[in-house]
Design a binder for this molecule. Structure first.
Ligand SMILES: [Fe+2]
Length: 433
């Protein structure tokens, strides 16, 4: 096998181990719906196998459907999440059998396929990258379900580096053009393409994500009770839902506590805040005298190497993510302390852009100029418009295979169960330019 085939095979194994690990639990936990926002865990498990069957076996290799009668059950478009518990989905043992059977055939296809074939599904193993990233994204979703279900046990929790780096509150990004998106990363999604020139005025962006201490100061200052900081929609959301702190936070006397996978603990004040929705992030930024960065500002600050005149796939450069550079891949079930990754800084000096928490941006999810849907409209295009806000950078729960400078995620502005925080930005004043 070629190096690329070996890498693909290793990544397929790694992601499957991860999925099976998160679903190594009693059947009742797997078939139950823990929140109307989420699928039963076993639905996610069989869905990744069905997706693999559709794309690798049927679309790329032309293999006859194994179980066409279950396609509708696992079509995320035909079955909204709230309805999934009532579907006749495969029970855990059957689901594991099914996805194992699909996987065996996928490895046979990998063995035989020509990765230099010009067919865009096969070229550079795109279709394998598609299913690997898709499964990791569902694994992150499963972790969000486990957090909502309050389940320790299947969630591993390792050590992270201490918060060490000191530096300025904000870093400066001078005015100028940069190249946004990619044409060259072989596994990039359609929504990351094509690469295009974007000219931005000078701005400042926070060196680090907003931390729990700073967020607690916003709460103490009455931030949740002052309509000045909120957009009209955000203020309505806050009032209707009676929200006064991030999801999973509770007040005990003078102290903030949080529940993390079923375990109560004091909120670590030196970690990035997570489980805040876009409205909360936006309100905090206004309170702090700043704003959320646009998606373009986020990407330029993360990966643009002005001296070299090109974008880096990761803030630190070309090198694949590793534990000293970023908190990815669920090594621990939490964000690392602020300043834990000085070696992962971007050319402009922004830290923790990748890993720890997804970061809300000010931008609605939409196609880049010249966007072309591939391999199907339902991956990205049907979500374009003024409904979803873009999230960037990946969280501690995201796998390195599905994180890079150009990677785009999106969600409703009210969503809080995802592992999401934010950082702020502001336009440079004339005197600062
Ligand atoms: Fe999916």
């Amino acid at each position: 096998m070629t190096d690329l085939k070996e890498r693909i095979a290793a990544q397929l194994t790694a992601v499957r181990d991860r999925s099976l690990g998160y679903t190594a639990a009693e059947d009742d936990l797997l078939v139950r719906q823990h929140s109307p926002l989420m699928s039963p865990l076993v639905w996610d498990l069989a869905h990744v196998g069905n997706y693999e069957e559709l794309w690798v076996l049927r679309a790329a290799a032309g293999i006859t459907p194994l179980r066409p009668e279950i396609d509708d059950i696992y079509d995320a478009f035909k079955t909204p999440r709230r309805d999934r518990p009532t579907l006749p989905f495969l029970r855990p043992a059957e689901a594991r059998d099914y996805i194992g059977g699909v996987r065996g055939r996928v490895l046979d296809v990998l063995d035989a396929v020509d990765l230099a074939d010009p067919d865009p599904l096969r070229r550079d193993g795109f279709v394998f990258g598609l299913v690997i990233q898709h499964e990791h994204q569902h694994d992150e979703t499963m972790l969000a379900t486990l957090q909502l279900a309050g389940r320790p046990g299947v969630v591993r929790d390792g050590d992270l580096p201490p918060g060490l780096s000191a530096g300025p509150e904000e870093v400066y990004v001078p005015a100028g053009e940069f190249l946004m998106g990619t044409d060259s990363l072989p596994w990039a999604y359609d929504n990351e393409r094509p690469v295009h020139r974007v000219d931005l005025p000078a701005y400042w962006i926070d060196r680090l994500p907003v931390g729990n201490a700073a967020y607690a100061a916003f709460i103490e200052d009455g931030g949740y009770h002052d309509a000045r900081w909120w957009t009209p929609e955000g203020w309505r959301w806050r009032q209707e839902n009676g929200v006064f702190a991030p999801l999973f936070w509770t007040r005990d006397g003078g102290a903030w506590w949080r529940t993390r996978f079923g375990r109560p603990e004091p909120v670590p004040m030196d970690e990035p805040v997570q489980h805040v929705c876009w409205y909360e992030a936006d309100a905090y930024a206004r309170w702090a005298g700043k704003r959320l960065p646009t998606e373009a500002e986020w990407e330029k600050a993360c990966g643009w190497d002005a001296a070299a005149g090109r974008a880096r796939p990761y803030p630190w450069g070309e090198q694949d993510p590793k534990p000293e550079l970023a908190n990815l891949g669920h090594r621990a079930a939490r964000p690392a302390p602020l300043g834990a990754y000085p070696g992962g800084a971007s050319p402009y000096g922004a830290e923790q852009m990748v890993g720890d928490v997804w970061e809300w941006t000010a931008t609605w999810f939409d196609g880049y100029p010249g966007f072309r849907a591939f391999p199907y409209r339902e991956y990205s295009e049907v979500f374009f418009g003024k409904e979803y806000r873009v999230l960037r950078g990946g969280s501690w729960a995201a796998d390195p295979a599905a994180v890079r400078t150009t990677f785009r995620n999106w969600d409703y502005p009210i969503r809080r169960q995802i592992f999401t925080g934010f950082r702020c930005a502001r336009t440079a004043t004339p005197e600062e330019r």
